[in-house]
Structures are given as structure tokens and as C-alpha cells.
Design a binder for this molecule. Structure first.
Ligand code: ASP
Length: 347
């Protein structure tokens, strides 16, 4: 595709996922095919009055294999191409897309250009694919500008099935439906119907003085741990005492409640005193942790655990990986967890 100075430029980054897969005629399983083949299925791309370039992970990966190293790779690609492009579209498997979108929102500090993640539930070569619509609209969003030339969406987003969502507010909610993602605790940034309608009041405002600062180090030595009725002291203590674990995303009931058991409070207190960061996230799909609401939550506050407020699990996990990876001490991490770094929590 040709490159002229005056046109808006978009970089497509293909990591893998169903969108670029094809059925193996022998096994029937979906396998990756190469990116040039993928673009052949979307000749409409040539209809954009844009400079569109592409770069692909080699080999492409199913998003179950995405790792913090893949996120660093994406940060590197975006940082080294930041000046040349007006926007970025990342094609990604849907299974862990919300984790990647959340991670990038913290790793790309000071981002002021669109980074739009999308993918599909059916391969782009399939007759009823949702991949075409998702890809074409994601490109349109990545290129969209205000009259003064500033980007309309200068943040990391997920675009899927008509909905543009803040990336670190998303969760994959359906393994089957085209409408596979939700942003339960934050409104949409745009809706694509007959018209592409942006809800600018929900979008992070553009700042001309912001400087992109890339971060590459994530600490993966953390765990997501869900409470359930009947959970045993030994199980909890084993996890909280593990010296390799630096942080815990603790999934509690309702507005951040846990059983009123002294052994639990003692185990949590011991862990936070030893320097581990424990973040309280609700198991509910909408709403927020409010630890002072019930006695069952109040006792957790005293044990030193931090409220994850209305954070998704994906955002809480990647934010903690990012903060631990940055070398901040426990007090600084606590302070940052109580702030919105990239619009991930409601303060
Ligand atoms: N397993 C695929 C992936 O996440 C599913 C998809 O792309 O929808 O890579």
C-alpha cells in the first residue's frame, strides 16, 4: 500500500486469533494462516483513503498463549512507530483480549493516539464472519480525528460488535455470541450503527503536552484467588504464605465481603504485613467493592487489603503486575491502586 505524507496512517498489528484462522481440512481444528492471506479476504481495506501498513507476530499466536512478553512486544512496536502513525489497530484473539487491552493501557503511559484492539468470533474467511465489520470499523476509529486534527479516541480500546469500549473496562462475556464483550462499569465510547457515533464525554481528553512513556516490565508472580462458601483455612494460608507470590487479586462476595473468620483476617494481615499486595475485587460482574458497608467487609479493611473498587479482574491483575514490575514499594503501590491511572476505576 502506498505512503503519502498528507494521508492519515494506521498501523495494523496482527498477533493471531480466530480472525486469522482457517479450518484444517484433516483435523477440523482452527489454525493460523498468514496475514497477507487474511487481508485478501478484506479487499474493502483498499477503499479507505488512508495509508495502512501492517506488521505481524511471527508465528501468530492463539491468545491463550499471550504473555507479558507479548505485551512488551506490542509496546515496543507501538513506541517505535508512534510518530509515523496516527492510530494503531491490534488484531488479537478474543479469549485474552481484555487482559492485553488492560495491560497496554498501563504500559503505554501518556498515550495520546488510538490503539484499538479487535478480533472476531468466526474466521475472516467464513461466510458469516464478524471479522470484516470489526476490522473495518476498528480502522475507521483508529483514523478518526476532530476538525483540529487531534485524535477522537486517544486511548487503548476494544472494538467489538458495534461497541467501542475503554480497553481496561472490558471483559469477554460470551464464548458463542458475536456480541462477546461488555464494559459493565463504564459507558461506551462509541457505537457503530448506520453512523459511527462517538460519545466524546466518555473518552479520555486529548492532551497536547502528554509524552508517551513505554513500560516493559510486568511482575507475573501474582494470583487471582476466588472465595467460595466452605473455603478451607489451609488452602488460603498456602497461597498467602507462598514466598513466590507478591500480589493477590482476591475475589470476594458482593460489595467486597468475606466470611467472618478470624483465621482469614489473621492470614490476610500476616500477608499484607509481609509486604504482599492484596486487592479486593467483587465476584459480581457489575458494581463496586465497598468494604465499609458490612461488618464482613470492614474486617478486611483492617487486615490491610486494598479496595479494587469497580475494577474488572483483568484491569486489577494487569495493574498490579505493572505496579509490582515497576519496582514501587508497597506503600506506593497502595497509593497507585487507589488512583485511576488510565480510567480503569471510578474514583
Ligand atoms: N482461541 C481464540 C483466541 O483467543 C479465540 C478467538 O480469537 O476468538 O486466540
Amino acid at each position: 500500500m502506498s505512503h503519502t505524507e498528507e494521508k492519515t496512517s494506521v498501523l495494523l498489528i496482527y498477533t493471531g486469533g480466530t480472525i486469522g484462522m482457517m479450518k484444517n481440512p484433516v483435523t477440523g481444528a482452527l489454525e493460523n494462516f498468514n496475514f497477507d492471506q487474511l487481508l485478501e479476504y478484506v479487499p474493502e481495506i483498499k477503499g479507505f483513503n488512508l495509508n495502512i501498513y501492517s506488521i505481524a507476530f511471527n508465528p501468530p499466536i492463539d491468545s491463550s498463549d499471550i504473555s507479558p512478553e507479548s505485551w512488551s512486544q506490542l509496546v515496543k512496536i507501538i513506541y517505535s512507530n508512534y510518530e509515523q502513525y496516527d492510530g494503531f489497530v491490534i488484531l488479537h484473539g478474543t479469549d485474552t483480549m481484555a487482559f492485553t487491552a488492560s495491560a497496554l493501557s498501563f504500559m503505554l503511559e501518556g498515550l495520546m493516539k488510538p490503539v484499538i484492539l479487535t478480533g472476531s468470533q468466526l474466521p475472516i474467511g467464513a461466510l458469516r464472519t464478524d471479522g470484516k465489520e470489526n476490522l473495518l470499523t476498528a480502522i475507521e476509529i483508529a483514523a478518526a480525528k476532530h476538525d483540529d486534527g487531534t485524535p477522537i479516541v486517544p486511548e487503548v480500546c476494544v472494538f467489538f460488535h458495534e461497541k467501542l469500549m475503554r480497553g481496561n473496562r472490558t471483559t469477554k462475556v460470551s464464548a458463542d455470541n458475536f456480541d462477546a464483550f461488555e464494559s459493565n462499569n463504564y459507558p461506551l465510547l462509541a457505537h457503530s450503527g448506520i453512523e459511527l457515533q462517538f460519545y466524546t464525554h466518555n473518552i479520555i481528553p486529548y492532551r497536547a503536552d502528554a509524552v508517551l512513556t513505554p513500560h516493559y516490565d510486568m511482575d507475573p508472580n501474582i494470583i487471582i484467588f476466588s472465595l467460595f462458601p466452605g473455603i478451607q483455612p489451609n488452602t488460603v494460608k498456602k497461597i498467602l504464605n507462598d514466598k513466590h507470590i507478591n500480589g493477590v487479586i482476591f475475589r470476594t462476595f458482593g460489595s467486597g465481603n468475606a466470611p467472618q473468620k478470624q483465621w482469614l483476617v489473621d492470614a490476610l494481615t500476616k500477608a499484607t504485613n509481609s509486604g504482599k499486595t492484596i486487592v479486593n475485587i467483587t465476584q459480581c460482574s457489575t458494581g463496586s467493592v465497598k468494604m465499609s458497608l458490612y461488618e464482613t467487609g470492614r474486617q478486611l479493611l483492617a487486615s490491610g487489603i486494598i479496595s479494587g473498587r469497580d475494577s474488572t479482574v483483568e484491569a486489577a491483575l494487569t495493574k498490579l503486575m505493572f505496579l509490582l514490575g515497576s519496582g514501587r514499594n508497597a506503600e506506593e503501590i497502595r497509593r497507585c491502586m487507589n488512583q485511576s491511572l488510565a480510567g480503569e476505576i471510578t474514583i
